[in-house]
Write a protein that binds this ligand. Structure first.
Ligand code: FES
Length: 237
């Protein structure tokens, strides 16, 4: 009986110790917090205002506010946006201008873009070949008979149907690129079955208007851009 009484006394002592321990901890924690709050000078935005549930402290931005009113603030903003827009537009314009200047042809290339020929040096019934943009150009001073033959040809039935009048600006002057439309050889003048040009590479025959009449070439000899700025002068390009 005495053994039972001593064990129950030990049990009661242990239980009371276990219940008192958390209470003691809470007391120590609250004392530490109170000490820290009393001794710190840091103004925490999370320490709460008014009631203990409200932990949000909104800082004041009064010293950053514009004092001149809303209108003067807007004027400044518009000025800033306008200035930035003008500067950006100027930069974009200069960039595009530099790009175009760099991409455009240089003076020596432009000089090669046009070729001027004195036609008085070419007798009737003769060909000359000039170089233009790296390609040969045939210039033929045609005779009356050649003009008649070119105009009388039934062009509608040709492989690349084209009337002679569409290929010349002045009937006596025939100007064409000297490049065969088959694979790019240079045809020979005053040769072939039609009295015009003959390409020896694969046997294409062109007539006195430069139209394909026989052989593998699919198209007529090409007529480049040209003009007669004055009597006896030809400008190609
Ligand atoms: S390149 Fe002229 S016929 Fe073939």
């Amino acid at each position: 009986m005495s053994a039972i009484a001593s064990k129950s006394g030990t049990l009661l002592r242990n239980c009371s110790r276990a219940q008192l321990a958390p209470l003691r901890c809470m007391a120590i924690q609250s004392r530490s917090l109170a000490d820290a709050t009393a001794s710190s000078s840091f103004d925490s935005p999370f320490k709460g205002v008014g009631s203990s549930q409200n932990t949000t402290k909104i800082p004041s931005f009064a010293k950053y506010k514009h004092r001149g009113g809303e209108a003067s603030g807007k004027v400044f903003q518009y000025f800033l946006v306008g200035t930035m827009g003008a500067v950006s537009a100027l930069g974009a314009k200069n960039t595009v201008q530099d790009f175009l200047v760099n991409m455009s042809a240089s003076a020596d290339v432009l000089a090669q873009a046009k070729v001027e020929i004195d036609l008085s040096a070419i007798p009737e019934g003769k060909n000359i070949i000039v170089k233009w943009r790296g390609k040969p150009v045939f210039i033929r001073h045609r005779t009356e008979d050649e003009i008649k033959e070119a105009e009388d040809t039934k062009w509608e039935a040709l492989r690349d149907p084209e009337p002679d009048s569409d290929r010349v600006k002045q009937p006596e002057w025939l100007i064409m690129l000297g490049v065969c439309t088959h694979l790019g050889c240079v045809p020979i003048g005053e040769a072939g079955d039609f009295g015009g040009w003959f390409c020896p590479c694969h046997g294409s025959h062109y007539d006195i208007s430069g139209r394909i009449r026989k052989g593998p070439a699919p198209l007529n000899l090409e007529v480049p851009e040209y003009d007669f700025p004055e009597e006896g002068k030809l400008v190609i390009g």
